[in-house]
Design a protein around this ligand. Structure first.
Ligand code: SDX
Length: 394
């Protein structure tokens, strides 16, 4: 049985959520998708296999995988009418605003998905959403650059097709080599779910009113946008760039974060649940080193990140508060090495997190279909107060 329960009657409905999807042990630094430790995804499955695992509860058979991949390919294009929306956005529009708006707009083009009644309809809606989020993201980037849209290529797999739509030119197709494909594939997998984080809880909250899947995921995009959540990967790069440009030393930056000067935080550090290393940060730090080595490049921002980590992990302020690198601390280094523009980092996080949102929306839909989430509060406002007509106010 999954869904919302009241764990602490003393606070009324501050129930936690029961779920079968993802397990986290914050003290041990453990993260498992449907029981499988994320460390086992390092050299194996691709993102679409993991998406199926999260949504349908087990790894796909080869036949299921091929069928789902075919559905993704068949649904990679956007309705031509959707392109008119892009033209209406300013070139400098935040890509997360476009992403949320366009995911919601999908509910206008696929009214048959406003209600999902079983495995087959969930599978098609999931394929459409997981496939089209790439196209929407790529078109948002192309529009911001004044570049022509590049249509998806059915011969390409999920990650290469996305990078093709982002970076190809009409006369020159982007070549995605294996190193690049594997790095982005792993990054998407490591972002795919994380139990009741802010954006996933938002998707469950919105979905609890029986709002459709597209509307619920559009709300998740908005929650993810915040700099304390998915937007942190952009803030980490800004922090590293600030240090790299010599405006501040790593030691001085850490001092400012400890002193909370101007609300300075060591972005990419700390977590509500992990009071040990975020296992994703470990894997992404290693993947960043490996990617740069395979590309025959170095990145001073990675050296700065390692220096910040070294300083913070020896500092009593961080040790006492159990603040460790989280998923956002190294992800930006990888995305930067892949040529992804900084303002698209959180969009990539959303592409990765989408299967988790879908899985949680469906789990709740199946177990709590008629139970709207309705948190209660502790009222701290005025006692009963009488109305004062305008003339009597001062
Ligand atoms: C994600 O929930 C999820 O699972 C999220 C996520 C996912 O996969 O969905 O893992 C993705 O959102 C990762 C987090 C990305 N955000 C950041 O990296 C932003 C920087 N981190 C912090 O803002 C903070 O650590 C949070 C928001 C992540 C967690 O905040 P909490 O648990 O509410 O902790 P807090 O703000 O109450 O801080 C407790 C103390 C405070 O100091 P004191 O009042 O005790 O003196 O720790 C300090 C904070 O000032 N602190 C930090 C800090 N994070 C917490 N001080 C300096 N730098 C930091 N990063």
């Amino acid at each position: 049985q999954t869904g919302y329960i009241t764990l602490d009657p003393g606070y009324g409905n501050t129930g936690s959520c029961l779920s079968n999807i993802t397990y986290i042990d914050g003290d041990q630094g453990i993260l498992r998708y449907r029981g499988i430790p994320i460390e086992q995804f390092g050299n194996g499955p691709n993102f679409i296999e993991v998406a199926w695992l999260l949504i349908f509860g087990r790894l796909p058979t080869e036949e299921e995988y091929r069928g789902f991949a075919a559905d993704l390919n068949a649904n990679a294009n956007l309705d031509e009418g959707m392109k008119l929306h892009f033209e209406g956005f300013p070139r400098a529009a935040p890509p997360m605003a476009i992403l949320s708006a366009m995911i919601n707009a999908l509910s206008c083009f696929y009214p048959e998905h406003l209600e999902l009644d079983g495995h087959d309809s969930l599978r098609l809606a999931s394929a459409r959403l997981i496939s089209k989020i790439r196209t929407i993201a790529a078109y948002a980037y192309r529009h911001s650059q004044g570049l022509p849209y590049i249509y998806p290529d059915a011969k390409l797999r999920y990650v290469p097709n996305f990078l093709h739509m982002m970076f190809s030119q009409p006369y020159d197709q982007f070549q995605c080599d294996e190193v690049v494909r594997n790095a982005l594939n792993l990054l998407l997998i490591l972002h795919a779910d994380h139990e009741q984080n802010c954006s996933t809880s938002t998707v469950r909250m919105v979905g609890s009113s029986q709002a459709n899947l597209f509307a619920s995921c559009a709300a998740g995009v908005c929650a993810l946008w915040g700099p304390l959540h998915g937007g942190a990967n952009v803030e980490v790069l800004c922090m590293l760039e600030q240090i790299h440009q010599g405006n501040v030393t790593p030691e001085e930056y850490v001092r400012r974060a400890k002193a909370k000067e101007g609300n300075t935080r060591l972005m990419g550090f700390g977590h509500r649940v992990y009071k040990n290393f975020d296992p994703r940060a470990k894997m992404l730090g290693e993947a960043a080193e490996k990617l740069l080595a395979n590309l025959g490049r170095t990145d001073p921002l990675l050296d700065i990140a390692r220096k910040l980590e070294e300083i913070a992990l020896q500092d009593p302020y961080f040790i006492e508060r159990k603040l460790y690198p989280n998923v956002d601390f190294y992800s930006g280094i990888i995305l930067r090495a892949l040529g992804i523009p900084t303002n698209m980092f959180t969009v990539i996080f959303a592409i990765g997190r989408l299967p988790g949102w879908i899985a949680h929306w469906w789990e709740q839909n199946q177990t709590m279909a008629n139970k709207i989430a309705r948190p209660r509060q502790i009222y701290t406002g005025n006692g009963q107060t009488d109305y004062t007509p305008m003339a009597g106010r001062s």
